[in-house]
Every structure is written in C-alpha cells, then in structure tokens.
Design a binder for this molecule. Structure first.
Ligand code: MTE
Ligand code: MO
Length: 220
C-alpha cells in the first residue's frame, strides 16, 4: 500500500497505523520488547518507504540564521561531545517503550558549533523521506535531553528507526522525533511540521511532565 502525502489526512494516519503495527511486529524492536511488561516500537513512515542513506554518504545540513553553515558527516557528529541516557519513548497514540537507551549529540552542542545569529527563534527539521518535517523553539531545542541521535537500543540507529541519524526529543511525544534527519534550519518563526498540520500540538509535551525534560517516570 502506498499513500501519497497529499492523501494522508487524519484518516490516512489511522489506516497507516495498522500497517505500521504489522511492520513493527516483523522488524521487532530490540531489547526493550523483551523486558517484562515492556511494549515495543511500531515502525512509522508516512511515505511507506524507508530512505536508505549509508553512513559514508550521510550529511546533516545546518543552515539559516547561523554564523557558520555546516554539512556534518557521521565522523563530525561522532567527534562532538556525546550524551547518552535511558528514557521512555511514548507515541501520542498510546504505545510506549520504557528503558530505551539513546546516544547522540545535544542539539545545543550543534547550535553552539554553528553559532546562532540574533533574530533566530526556532528550528525547522527536514527528513530524507522528503515528507516529514518538524519544529522546535530555540529554547526547547536547548533542553539537555533533546539530541541528534546516532545510537538507539544499544546499536547504530537502524534504517527503520530513522538511521543513520534521527532526532530524539525526549520531553515530547514521539512524533517530534523526526527520522532520517537531513537538515536543520535556524529560522525566525515556528513553522508547524507534518504531524502538527495533521492535528497534533506544536508543543508536544508528554503528559505528566512540566514542559522541561523527560524524567522517565515510567509514565504509568
Ligand atoms: N520521517 C519520519 N519520522 C517520524 C515518523 C514518520 O512517519 N516519518 N513518525 C513519528 C512518530 S508519530 C513516532 S511515534 C516515531 C516512531 O518512531 P519509530 O518508527 O522508530 O518507532 O517516529 C516519529 N518520526
Ligand atoms: Mo507517534
């Protein structure tokens, strides 16, 4: 089944979910699914495809209101200070996966590397799938558990999970964690992304959090 982006309204998201649950069952989700009571990831893709970008060819473009626009390679990202933590991943539709290990570079680290110009207010994110998009305010982007992730579930981020590099916005619902991250643009206003245009809140704070970080409370 393939649904074009234009065809994917709110109904498309629901129809897609059953396919995605099936794909999640096929691909499995790694260690988290083996934990007692642990749920497992559903693999989501709004295009029906999984963009394949090799480690060698991967580039993360950082542009817009920055002093030093950059095309970051995997080596560049891995040379930057790494951060890692264990958090509960939660989709707004109700499924969640506790105890997920993540590793990557803080978005704040990348912003400091390129230098944010005055007048910058928000970030826009683009995907190699050419369809998904996301946004964060600068303030949200600088939270310590908002990262550009290259490891997940104890290994490199797999293609179906958005590898080689995806966003992980720990304090917010899963739709903010854009997969197959291709570009970060520093901009002067918040531009709502794909899921927001389909009805999800622009500020996707997890229930029970104060709008700061994900304390990994278990989210019972
Ligand atoms: N490019 C892209 N990123 C995406 C999505 C998507 O469909 N395409 N789905 C989002 C949603 S709604 C969720 S819950 C998570 C799911 O991550 P997973 O596919 O690794 O389980 O990815 C988010 N990032
Ligand atoms: Mo989601």
């Amino acid at each position: 089944m393939f649904l074009g982006v234009a065809a994917l309204g709110a109904v498309g998201v629901v129809v897609g979910a059953s396919v995605q649950n099936f794909l999640g069952d096929v691909f499995g989700s790694g260690f988290a699914s083996l934990l007692p009571g642990g749920d497992h990831f559903r693999i989501y893709t709004i295009t029906g495809a999984y963009p394949k970008v090799s480690r060698d060819r991967y580039r993360l473009e950082v542009s817009g209101l920055v002093e030093r626009p950059a095309m970051l390679t995997m080596d560049d990202l891995e040379a930057m200070p790494a951060t890692s933590f264990v958090k509960t991943f939660q989709c707004v539709t109700g499924w969640r996966v506790p105890g997920v290990h993540w590793q990557g570079v803080r978005l704040s680290e990348i912003l400091d590397t390129v230098g944010v110009k005055p007048g910058a207010v928000a970030l826009s994110f683009e995907s190699y799938d050419r369809s998904d998009s996301e946004s964060l305010t600068l303030e949200q982007a600088r939270l310590p558990d908002v990262i550009v992730a290259y490891r997940m579930l104890g290994g490199p981020v797999t293609t179906e999970h958005g590898g080689p590099v995806r966003l992980y916005v720990a304090p917010m619902y899963g739709y903010k964690s854009l997969k197959w991250l291709s570009a970060i643009r520093v901009v002067d206003q918040v531009v709502p992304g794909y899921w927001e245009q389909n009805g999800y809140p622009v500020n996707g704070w997890l229930d029970g959090t104060t709008g700061s970080t994900n304390p990994d409370p278990g989210l019972t």
